[in-house]
Design a protein around this ligand. Structure first.
Ligand code: NAD
Ligand code: UDP
Ligand code: UDP
Length: 341
């Protein structure tokens, strides 16, 4: 459902010269902001599989790492720029996957003002870039735009229940403004936009100590530490394996719909159930401990993915029980904990 019927006050941007050049009829130059992060680095892997793609990563390494994309450094179709998206960026590209933003609550709360700047000024800059070069831009928004949702599961038409002044607001409200900016550039300047509302995603390369629940539980299980379930433990989340996520993002970028479109796995678990599953699969001797929660923790979250199925022909393939062991293997390598036979 494109909103392209709105009258633009300015003529549509000229298409990128690169896209029209006779030398690069089907070649794509793609910018991935936040490409050194968890989801971004898996996206880069997928984009690099296509020999027609040139990939430029712009990242300030706040929560990402060169290690995540080390295998591409030096590749002729790959370029890495240390860059903070709150500063203007001049590159010539056909597509922009705009992921740059810390995603884990402990990191985005660490410097909330910077988180807002990244969401607002960072997205503004990427839209200015998209406008100048005529690129299509995809924003990785979040299920957090639904806040502590009063509708369950959450369809894209739900406007959310968000605290504007809470400790999570720098992220939630920042992403909401980023979505607004995307639609205003679309309506006012004719920019081609795509918005993904990403639900909790997990998999290899997550920061080991980034405080998110799946990475916490797996690291704790491997370190023989108790699994810390934050009270009451009956709050729910729906976890999507990262390869499914990246597949959904690329389909959205290549498709015809602006979105916003929910991308996530509708399999819903309480945090107690998640802890029990990790315990059973990874370390049956481990204790499960109830600890204090943080403010404004959403009580339930589950995507309605009717639109993703219909418009993108997408649905997740990997179940939590199949994805957790893949992540365990990566964490074992990085923590140097061998599997007991
Ligand atoms: P991540 O923290 O691993 O990756 C974010 C990347 O952005 C990092 O490499 C970081 O260094 C970079 N970055 C942060 N601020 C920057 C700035 N100002 N300039 C340049 N680079 C900057 O997080 P992720 O899980 O890979 O998330 C990627 C995107 O997906 C984010 O936009 C996030 O909001 C969104 N998202 C993720 C989830 C999830 O469960 N992982 C859920 C919803 C939305
Ligand atoms: N911008 C950028 N790269 C570009 C073009 C623009 O980073 O290639 C930034 C620019 O610095 C500005 C923002 O994007 O802060 C919005 O640009 P736009 O042209 O829409 O607005 P204006 O510059 O007129 O405020
Ligand atoms: N959580 C938990 N133990 C932890 C970390 C998080 O029980 O060690 C809970 C947290 O209270 C929340 C859920 O897990 O209800 C998901 O938290 P996370 O930070 O992973 O993601 P988000 O809140 O952004 O969905």
């Amino acid at each position: 459902a494109s909103n392209g019927d709105h009258k633009s006050s300015k003529p549509p941007p000229t298409p990128s010269p690169l896209r029209n050049s006779k030398f690069s009829q089907s070649n794509m130059r793609i910018l991935v902001t936040g490409g050194a992060g968890f989801i971004g680095s898996h996206l880069v892997d997928k984009l690099m599989e296509n020999e027609k793609n040139e990939v430029i990563v712009a990242d300030n390494y706040f929560t990402g790492s060169k290690d995540n994309i080390r295998k591409w450094i030096g590749h002729p179709r790959f370029e890495l720029i240390r860059h903070d998206v709150t500063e203007p960026l001049l590159v010539e590209v056909d597509q922009i996957y705009h992921l740059a933003c810390p995603a884990s609550p402990i990191f985005y709360k660490h410097n909330p003002v910077k988180t807002i700047k990244t969401n607002v000024i960072g997205t503004l800059n990427m839209l200015g870039l998209a406008k100048r070069v005529g690129a299509r831009i995809l924003l990785t928004s979040t299920s957090e735009v639904y806040g502590d949702p009063l509708v369950h599961p959450q369809p894209e038409s739900y406007w959310g229940n968000v605290n504007p002044i809470g400790v999570r607001s720098c992220y939630d409200e920042g992403k909401r403004v980023a979505e607004t900016l995307m639609f205003d550039y679309h309506r006012q300047h004719g920019i081609e936009i795509r918005i993904a509302r990403i639900f909790n995603t997990y998999g290899p390369r997550m920061n080991i100590d980034d405080g998110r629940v799946v990475s916490n539980f797996i690291a704790q299980a491997l370190r023989d530490e108790p699994l810390t379930v934050q009270a009451p433990g009956t709050q729910t989340r729906s976890f999507c394996y990262v390869s499914d996520m990246v597949d959904g993002l690329v389909r959205l970028m290549e498709g015809e719909n602006t979105g916003p479109i929910n991308i996530g796995n509708p399999g819903e678990f309480t945090m107690i159930e998640l802890a029990e599953t990790v315990k059973e699969l990874i370390n049956p001797k481990i204790e499960i401990k109830m600890v204090e929660n943080t403010p404004d923790d959403p009580r339930q979250r589950k995507p309605d993915i009717t639109n993703a199925k219909k418009m993108l022909g997408w649905e997740p393939k990997i179940k939590l029980r199949d994805g957790l062991p893949l992540m365990e293997a990566d964490f074992r390598l990085r923590l140097g904990v061998a599997k007991k036979l």
